[in-house]
Design a protein around this ligand. Sequence first.
Ligand code: FA5
Length: 336
Amino acid sequence: MGNPATDEIEQLGAAAVDRITGAADLDALAAALAEVTGKGSPLAGVKRSLGGLDADARREAGQVLNRVNGDIGRAAADRRAELEAAVRAERLAAERLDLTEVRPDRSVGHLHLVTQAMEELEDVFVGMGFTVAEGPEVEDDWHNFTGLNIPAYHPARDMQDTFFVDLGEPGDVVLRTHTSPVQLRVMERQAPPIYVVVPGRVHRNEARDATHLATFHQIEALVVDEGITFGHLAGTIEAFTRAYFGEGFGSRLRPSYFPFTEPSAEFDIRRPDGTWLELGGCGMVHPTVLANGGIDPERYTGFAFGFGIDRLALARHGIPDLREILSVDVRLLEQF
Ligand code: FA5
């Protein structure tokens, strides 16, 4: 007959492996492991009693104990891997997105609020006889500033804190801070009469808050023709306001300053409840800017205006914080 201690160890080991293999989840596995290998476990008791055996029997029992402990360790590792895989599979199943899902109420999605506003604005201006023009978002200093009568030393540059692109001479290439550079680009490629609107993305190095974003959108209008007056500017803004916002809305101009227009004004929209919404800037195109665009300021005059689309789109939907524009929360996006 063999060493009774080794028989007991083999039996305890087999029972321990069964116990571990049968653990239903990771918590049960941890509990089973503590039970079969912990200080109070039967195997620990046998180990303590080995001291009473003679040398040969102790060595033999020690070897069996090591092997059994190895078996238990491997069984535990295998079971843990199985249980963890099951947990992962369960979580994946729960979090899986069904990209083929068809929502009966809204199966095709829709354009972003700002894109919608941009397209509506284009439609209104096209209806008034304008064409749509575009220009680059990465601009040179000439078109964004200097050619618009904003020389390097001019404090008006501080009004538009700029992102510079690491290209060419330092400070030469910028992310456009407004859509006004496209005034020059249109004048360079087209002789008057000019009646264009320019929607587009612009960038300023500004801290985001409820009324400011670092990347936002503007739409610019430029008219250059013979005999254009400030009256045409005011009338166009009023006509646009009624066409876009509807009856009951009106506009007003307040004296202001922009280096590229003279005279200049801010324009506000009057809501039916009598409150005012500040929209943007405008004015008669400065003669220097006309000349920079290759147009004879003695023969032609023009007006320009530009305003922020993001604030406009939000105001229309009664959303108080501009940062919502960046939200990817479908609960918000689906409302528009
Ligand atoms: C300009 O950008 C001029 N280019 C407008 C102009 C065009 C004047 C043509 C004369 C002739 P201003 O910096 O004020 O002006 O910006 C115009 C509008 O852009 C603001 O009224 C506002 O609606 C919007 N805007 C400006 N900064 C931000 C910002 N950080 N976040 C969101 N909207 C902004």
